[in-house]
Ligand binder design. Structure first.
Ligand code: SF4
Length: 389
């Protein structure tokens, strides 16, 4: 199997081009085709000589995700289901501008990115973990989620934000000229789609290096949030990396007792170890940590969680994102009533904890991570069964 061109850094490509006796500016031209024009075909790279295009074709693959299904909800959250070359399915979710979500007020669109096919961590409320881990995503499969969503919008000639955050109709033909690598449709990434991101550490870090680089995605490291269910050694390793990513912890319970019930990872890395690793991250990065807290009726939405959650949040100077549970077909967990959600939020605020309640965008489109994949696989399974019968 050839390495993919979107798994290569500019430095790696420069070395390769040098060995081919190609000028350095050819690398810049190639990168512009990949990350500004987002082309999916060597032949489209018209300013590269044919001999070089042929050399590239025989040395690298040029991979693009295949879109098999797209759902968009009324509030414009859009879910993309991609098929990989081995027919596995993964999801990415495009979330419209929401200053309170992960970044600053200038946020345009946030893309929630997957890092694995399935997940080995088996959180009991989660659709992604239901059928275990199939495999890690490769670098290009992570990178192309951003490019693939932008390509889709490019083809639609959709409403895109331009300077100053104002929305304007942009014709497809002028889209690329307006949105270079510094002005992308996607301004923020949250790495909390399917899979445990830090379990695919090496590929994730390389993909994020490419998506962050000025020659690549151009998305600032501070606009990239990596979420983990609590892999302590990898949190410490991430703290020692140069790039200043934001860290989010999928907490979903403020005591070991509650976390143990729904997140098997907590038995390996209990809260004391997780907290110490988060403190180390903060010391090294000086950055605020976010706690993701999915509110599940009768499991972690009781007011008994408020005291321990407030203590943890204050100790780590963490912000708490409360997310009402999205029902997953086949699982018994339920979303708490709105009243209970608001009560939980107010109780946290009374403890002087910075908290937001996500009045969930995407509630109506199988928004729970892994849901669309699961639904599509089940439908495909039914269709195959019907053909056999
Ligand atoms: S919540 Fe995250 S870590 Fe847990 S099973 Fe789902 S994808 Fe895996």
């Amino acid at each position: 199997m050839l390495p993919d061109i979107k798994s290569q850094t500019a430095e790696e490509l420069r070395i390769k081009f040098q060995s081919w006796s190609q000028s350095a500016y050819r690398v810049d031209q190639l990168l512009e085709w990949l990350y500004v024009h987002r082309v999916a075909d060597w032949e489209a790279m018209t300013n590269l000589p044919k001999t070089l295009r042929d050399q590239l074709r025989t040395s690298f693959s040029l991979y693009s995700l295949e879109l098999v299904r797209k759902q968009g909800s009324q509030d414009e959250t859009q879910k993309f289901l991609w098929r990989l070359t081995d027919h596995s399915l993964i999801e990415s979710v495009l979330i419209p501008a929401s200053p309170a979500l992960y970044g600053e007020a200038s946020d345009r669109h946030t893309l929630c990115v997957s890092t694995q096919v399935g997940c080995a961590y088996g959180c009991s409320f989660c659709a992604s973990g239901l059928e275990g881990l199939e495999r890690n995503l490769r670098v290009e499969e992570i990178v192309d989620q951003v490019l693939g969503v932008e390509r889709w919008h490019q083809r639609q000639g959709s409403k895109l934000p331009v300077e100053g955050g104002k929305l304007e109709e942009v014709e497809p033909a002028t889209w690329n000229a307006q949105l270079g690598s510094k002005q992308r449709l996607i301004s923020n990434l949250v790495i909390m789609g399917m899979g445990e991101p830090l379990a695919n550490y090496t590929s994730l870090l390389k993909a994020l290096t490419i998506l962050n680089a000025r020659w690549g995605g151009g998305i600032g490291a501070r606009k990239i949030t990596i979420s983990t269910s609590g892999l302590v050694p990898q949190i410490r390793k991430l703290a020692d990396e140069q790039l200043q990513f934001r860290l989010a912890i999928s907490l979903h319970g403020a005591t070991d007792e509650t976390r143990n019930k729904i997140m098997p990872v907590n038995r390996k890395y209990p809260l004391s170890e997780l907290t110490a690793a988060c403190e180390y991250y903060q010391q090294k990065k000086g950055r605020m940590i976010t706690f993701e807290y999915i509110l599940i009726a009768g499991v972690n939405d009781g007011l008994d969680q408020i005291g321990p959650l407030a203590r943890l949040a204050k100790r780590l100077n963490a912000k708490v994102n409360l997310i009402p549970y999205n029902k997953v077909e086949g699982l018994r967990w339920e979303r708490p009533a709105e009243e209970a959600q608001e009560r939980f939020l107010r109780a946290l605020e009374r403890q002087k904890v910075s908290a937001t309640l996500r009045r969930e965008k995407g509630h109506d489109i199988d928004a729970a991570c892994g849901q669309l994949r699961l639904k599509t696989e089940r439908e495909l399974g039914e269709a195959a069964k019907a053909l056999i019968e």
